[in-house]
Structures are given as C-alpha cells and as structure tokens.
Design a protein around this ligand. Sequence first.
Ligand SMILES: Nc1nc2c(c(=O)[nH]1)N[C@H]1C(S)=C(S)[C@@H](COP(=O)(O)O)O[C@H]1N2
Ligand SMILES: [Mo]
Length: 369
Amino acid sequence: MDAWGKRRDMVVHEPDPYNAEPPQDALTDQVLTDIDTFYTRNHGAVPRLDPTTWRLRVDGLVDRQMELSLDDLHDRFDRRTVVATLQCAGNRRAGLLAVRDIPGEHPWGPGATSTAEWTGVALADVLDTGGVAAEARHVAFAAPDMAHDAEPPQAYGSSIEIDKAMGAEVLLAWQMNGAPLPTVHGAPVRVVVPGYIGARSVKWVQRVTAQAEPSANYFQATAYRLQPADADPHTAAPGSGFALGPVALNCAILRPDDGSVVVAGPTQVSGYAFAGGGRGVARVDVSGDGGVTWAQADLDEQASPWAWRLWRQTIALQPGRAGIVARAWDTAAAVQPESPEHVWNPKGYVNNSWSRVVLTVTAAPGQQD
Ligand SMILES: Nc1nc2c(c(=O)[nH]1)N[C@H]1C(S)=C(S)[C@@H](COP(=O)(O)O)O[C@H]1N2
Ligand SMILES: [Mo]
C-alpha cells in the first residue's frame, strides 16, 4: 500500500496533491468499493486534523450558532448509514481530451467513481438543532486545506441548496464501510452529498453556514461549473455557466479493457451505471458491433437510491475488430448522449457519452480465421 493506504496499482494522476483512481478492473464485481481502492481527489495538501480538538461550527442564518465536538455529534444526534456513490465531475475526462485538449486538468478515466457505506449524522438534524431561518437558501461548507489551483489560492469550500441540505441522505460522516474515515477521505468528519458531484462532499469540514447565496468559494463560484464549449475558463467571470449539482446519468465499461485482445466466442462485458439526483438506473444496453444492434445487460440490484448499479452482458464476438458500446437509461427515460463531441466543455466535466472500447478478437484455436 502507498502513503495514503491505497493499493500499489492505483493510477496516480498527481502525487502531491494526491489524485488517484483505481485500475478500472478493480471496480467490477462488488457494490461497495474497498477503501484501498476508492478513488481520491484532492485540490490541496491533505490536512491531518486532531479529532480531539476538532470542532464543527454551525453559523449563518440560524437561530443558535453552535460549536460541536466529535462527541457531540456521536451523542446528541441519531446515527445514519447511507450507501452512496461518489463521482468526480472530472470522471471520464480522458474521453473529452481525445476530442480537444483541456490543459491543466487530470485525464481521469472511469475510475473517478466509487461507492461506500457512509455512517454519521444527518446534516438536517444538526441544522434543525440550530434552527434554520426562513431566508436561508443554501448551506455552505468550509474546510482548512489550501488549494493552490484556485484563483486566488484559498481553502476548499462549496455549497448546496437548502432543500438538498435538508434531505435525510446528506450526512456528516465519520465512517466509511464501517471503518473510521481515513485521513485522505476527510477525517475526522466529511460531508457526503449523495447524488451530487463529488466536489460538494467537502472533506475535513469545519464550518457549516446557512446563507442566502451560494458559496463564494472558487470551487462553487468559478470551478465545477459547466461552461459552453466556446467559453475561456481563464476569463469566465465567477457565476458564469451553471453550477454542477446532481450527477448526470453515466455508465462505463470496466471489463474488458480498451485495446485488449480477446479470443472469439462468448465474452463477458461488465461495468457500472449511475444516475445521480436519486433517480434509478432503469436499463443498460450493450452493443458488440459499434452500436448497430443492442442487448440488455443484466443489472445487479440498486443497493440504494444513491448507489450505482453494476451490470454484465455476455456477447458473441467474431474474429476481427469489435467496437463494444454501452449506454444507460434512467427511470425518467433519459439516455446518455452518443458522443463526447456533444458534451465537450472547456473544463472537461461530466463526460457522460456512451462508453466505448475497441477489442482485437483473435480466432479461437482450431477455428478458421
Ligand atoms: N476539503 C476538500 N474537500 C473535497 C475536495 C478537496 O480537495 N478538499 N475535493 C472534492 C472533490 S472534487 C471530490 S471528487 C471528492 C473526492 O472525495 P474522495 O477523495 O473521498 O474520493 O472530494 C471533494 N471534497
Ligand atoms: Mo471532483
């Protein structure tokens, strides 16, 4: 294992700040991602906070400001557990880079997505204890880690709308898969905003503020916003484009790997599909001929409204080149867009185009080519 407790074969996009995704094959077969395999995205150096002196400040448009210790969270509120997938808005950016370069952003594959069982307290219970004023429209989160990729450099923060913040699924969490939250994932306490892009799930959270406006933090006002293809992200004004919140419907083929060589005959294709915002994954189609004909994949159960669904499908492959394609549908009958050209944007967020891999299929032994 490496310094942050991750498996040695992580794909490390940057060592410091540490940004890494698992080899995609490692995400198949189990709903909950092992902690050593779970992707991690950090904009600044990972802080080590002392859990005994850590406090959560609750302030802004509340009747009672509060300062809560870890013991207060443990003792004064009901414990909640939610199975939720985290997906970075940069997940699958590599597919957008193939369309047009996106300087200064990590070329994430489909592994910037992982699922855990999170345990903590409902943010809503804490806010209710503080008494949220009627004028509050957003809840902002602040952390101490300094992000030098922000302009100007600043500590990490974000916000979510008050309606989402009051949802029972949004947690202040100190456990991941039943184990203490690891440092790199936000110890002692992080926010988990199920169904929203990972950027809203603020790690090492120290302050929760009810307010009338969204957070003015760089990562809410300037980054993690969807800009039109012709915008220049370096000159775009804060507040331009729109803030990313609920995760767009997405899927990825995890196995077999793009470019691999397989033997002709039945081949199992497997991957994940994820519909953010609490919508379910209704169907996944898989094609073995580049999208001419489709078969429906077998879907694993939807472990929670906030979790991905794993899927698999066995398709028959003939010798030659095979274009494998997968696309998901959600419970509102939305389907993924066909090509990355349609969704390209200057910061490279939300590549939810059809997942494609190309295989070289060799003749089975004894078979005529
Ligand atoms: N304090 C803080 N919180 C943060 C970040 C960060 O850099 N600092 N990165 C965000 C982003 S962009 C993502 S995708 C998720 C990643 O969470 P993980 O590292 O636990 O996988 O954390 C979010 N919360
Ligand atoms: Mo992210």
